[in-house]
Write a protein that binds this ligand. Sequence first.
Ligand code: ASP
Ligand code: MG
Length: 423
Amino acid sequence: MNRTLQVYKFGGASVKDAAALLNLHTILHSRLQAIKVIVVSAMGKTTNALEAVLAKKLGQEDFSKDWKQIKEFHVGVCEELFPAAHPVFEKLGQLMDTAQPILELPISKINYDEVYDQLICYGELLSSILVSEYLIFKGLCLSWQDVRSVIHTDSDFRFAKIDWKKTRSTCQSQWGSLLEHTTILTQGFIGKEAQGRTTTLGREGSDFTAAILAASLDAESVTIWKDVPGVLNADPKLFPNTQKFEELRYREAAEMTYFGASVIHPKTIKPLANEGIPLFVKSFLDPEASGTKIHEHAAAHDVPTLVLKKNQVLISFKVTDFTFIEEKHIHSIYEKLKELKLRANMLQLSAISVSLVVDTQLFKLEQLVESLKTTFEIRYNEELELLTILKPKEEDIPSLMEGYELLLEQTTRTTYQAVRRKK
Ligand code: ASP
Ligand code: MG
């Protein structure tokens, strides 16, 4: 095991502008000895901006302004950080030009998921070039690498699955000796499929990239730098009096992300837990503070954790032929969910109906209803919230539900879930 290899991941907020990059340099400057891999995601809201370009293209609207804005944003940051003659300007310009064939694809030739990945990856490519050029300009010794040369995936565009074996062996063969001399700066979120096309790992997937690289390179630890002090027991924007966890077990962190806590990407924990690699979540605004350590041997705690998912739809499927719910009914619903890449965030069964809560996603509800309406009587409610409490304290629940209409509720010994709507 490579006990000196640490992986750092910086998300969009930590590289969002020139000031953020000054701060990034400060964090890395004193720590570069031990860090071997730095993963960066797209700057600020660039991924959303790229999605908007693609949406306009598909809607046959003029996207040239939006595309120009993405370029101007990156160039603007460079103007604050580099002298005018620095090669970074040309590098970024050249990179953006390589997207022209994608931008010019005739609509009839567009397979949305595939083209999405070919275009959206530019956020990470631009960001990683800009950030590495800046850090090198400031005197740090590192090497920019294209992560697509080591992360191999299947061709499930937008939700690509990792080919772990191939990824591990390429990571070691391609990066192993390089890492003996230098630190690598690379992109999160993207990979490559067998035919060489770019894939993406799902929105916010850069955390997962950090975990994949750490597991494949037998790293000592991963640190995710965020704009929060660590993992909190609730989102401070939504709930008062939040508490930071000093440490958490892998299982607890995984559960939180499963129920929708957005502090870490849901797929991040598993590869780290498998290899026993600790995950630190720290604040880039307060780098000396302890943050949260996620590992196997964290002390037990009984702090309730609150996770709120907005934009939820509650769908109930009722059998119409005076039979009862059987395995085949559940199976047919789950098959359809899988096909539509939807996940049931909550499930409740009664004798004659199945109730499900899913995220609102464009067109998906219509498709789900359409394909199952011959077997079930289907009803749904939109614009709901799903509140999950892990390690709930019964006495806390009434005040949390105050001002809300309760549509569905489920309690186990360790978890409370409520589907609610503001009154
Ligand atoms: N830039 C990508 C996104 O915003 C990936 C990431 O940030 O982790 O989803
Ligand atoms: Mg991002």
